[in-house]
Design a protein around this ligand. Structure first.
Ligand SMILES: Nc1ncnc2c1ncn2[C@@H]1O[C@H](COP(=O)(O)OP(=O)(O)OP(=O)(O)O)[C@@H](O)[C@H]1O
Length: 437
């Protein structure tokens, strides 16, 4: 790979082995980052966004080579970072700095601010007098008084400490800053100040900034482009304007729907997400988002409301994980006062309770789908979850569980990895989607 970008990442993977026994035999892998590609230019802020556990921090530490990648290529200003020698790596460390989330744990309480901010200069061999001048100048550039250099961390607020952390990242005049959730530990009122500062710094220094956050509204304030990560993969990437005004991936739509936003044009573009990010040691097959996706594709044989189809899929997945069980349902009904004894609860009450739990209406508007669901629930109340699982898996197979979507141009301005944009798939399998309204 040779590119003109400041930073280019291709096929980057970081897997953590899961080992067992005294021989530490590898029994699995946490696929924290699982093949991501992106470029970052000077003067640009690229946001990396996704829920907790999607692999954002691992992507950052791996591309900075704090951790060794499992696979992939990283090029920084024309240098292959994975092939570079010790001296080249040292030069890279000077040119790429990281800012972390918690400003309170970023400083040694026994060192003055001046000493902390000067630390990278000392490591890289700058003489003491020169260090002092650079530190004072940098503190002023981040909006602090130069006299802050002689004080200790406990004398500063969280917001001021984050300014100092930025100063420490800037003293070496880097080309790249990776900021990992730099405002998440701050009050909302302070967040705006620090975001403005980051924006000013970016313009003044012409840096490339990789800005990591789980918060879409923060990303919108500082980033020119945004990459949305889900379970180790980038599922959408494009300019911030395009991604926010016309999100193409259902995951991006869901992240945007979760922002409290008074602007009606940006509201209601998706459904808020239920459940947690699945375990990256055993990611779902096909499209990794299919287990939670509000727009998961319905089999061509059926046609019923998308939100009910989502409910049926959630039911199917929970059953496959043996999280639906008639005996526990009966116990819950007793606990809720429906009956005094589990044996007194008729099967049809349990069946109705399962439907309530999963928001599956009675009946579904598609009679064939209704008959499948009724049969499966009948198997569960009869104590045969295997048969129920089989019935649902056979009748309600979705293309999303089998085919892995590639990132592709979805509308000319951004790329998204969703099978709904794959013409082979969407013409034969899509059903009515609430997200397309
Ligand atoms: N050293 C490690 N060993 C094993 N698993 C790890 C390690 N570091 C991270 N993980 C796992 O990798 C996945 C991605 O973690 P990562 O911290 O990169 O996500 P994130 O999107 O930055 O989330 P957060 O904002 O919570 O840090 C998680 O499931 C995490 O538990």
């Amino acid at each position: 790979m040779t590119t003109d970008h400041l930073l280019s990442v291709r096929g980057l993977k970081k897997h953590y082995p899961i080992t067992e026994g005294i021989l530490r035999r590898e029994v699995g892998r946490v696929r924290a980052v699982d093949g991501i590609d992106f470029d970052l230019d000077r003067g640009e802020t690229l946001g990396l966004v996704g829920e907790s556990g999607c692999g954002k921090s691992t992507a950052a530490t791996t591309l900075l080579r704090f951790e060794e990648p499992t696979e992939g290529e990283i090029e920084f200003d024309g240098t292959d970072l994975l092939a570079c020698d010790k001296d080249e790596l040292k030069r890279f460390r000077r040119r790429a700095q990281m800012v972390f989330q918690d400003p309170n744990s970023s400083f040694d309480p026994r060192m003055t601010i001046g000493e902390s901010v000067a630390e990278p200069l000392r490591v890289h061999g700058l003489p003491r007098e020169r260090r002092r001048a650079v530190v004072r100048n940098t503190l002023e550039r981040v909006g602090l008084d130069a006299t802050a250099a002689d004080r200790y961390p406990h004398e500063f607020s969280g917001g001021q400490k984050q300014r100092i952390a930025l100063a420490r990242a800037l003293v070496l005049n880097p080309d790249l800053i990776v900021a990992d959730e730099p405002v998440s530990a701050l009050d909302v009122s302070l967040q705006a100040e620090i975001l403005t500062l980051i924006d000013d710094i970016q313009q003044e220094f012409g840096l490339g900034i990789l800005f990591i956050s789980h918060d879409m509204s923060v990303i919108q304030q500082v980033c020119n482009r945004v990459a949305v990560m889900y379970l180790g993969e980038i599922v959408e990437i494009g300019s911030t304007d395009a991604v926010f005004s016309d999100p193409q991936h259902p995951y991006t739509q869901a992240l945007l729907a979760s922002i409290p936003n008074p602007d009606p044009r940006k509201r209601g573009r998706g459904t808020e997400l239920a459940g947690d990010v699945p375990n990256p040691s055993n990611p779902p097959s096909g499209c990794r988002f299919h287990t939670r996706c509000p727009a998961v594709i319905q089999p061509a044989e059926y046609e019923f409301e998308q939100e009910h189809w989502r409910s049926v899929m959630t039911f199917r997945i929970r059953l496959a994980n043996r999280q639906v069980d008639a005996d526990s349902m009966r116990e819950v009904l007793v606990a809720e006062g429906d009956a005094t004894d589990v044996d007194a609860i008729p099967d049809d009450r349990v069946a109705a309770f399962i439907r309530e739990e999963f928001s599956i209406p009675t009946p579904l508007s598609d009679p064939e789908a209704e008959s499948v669901v009724a049969d499966a629930i009948g198997d569960i109340t009869a104590g045969d979850p295997d048969a129920a699982e089989n019935t649902l898996a056979t009748a309600f197979e979705t293309v999303c569980e089998h085919r892995h979507p590639d990132l592709r141009d979805s509308n000319g301005t951004q790329r998204a990895a969703c099978l709904r944009h794959d013409t082979d798939v969407s013409t034969t399998h899509t059903a009515v989607s609430s997200t397309e309204d």
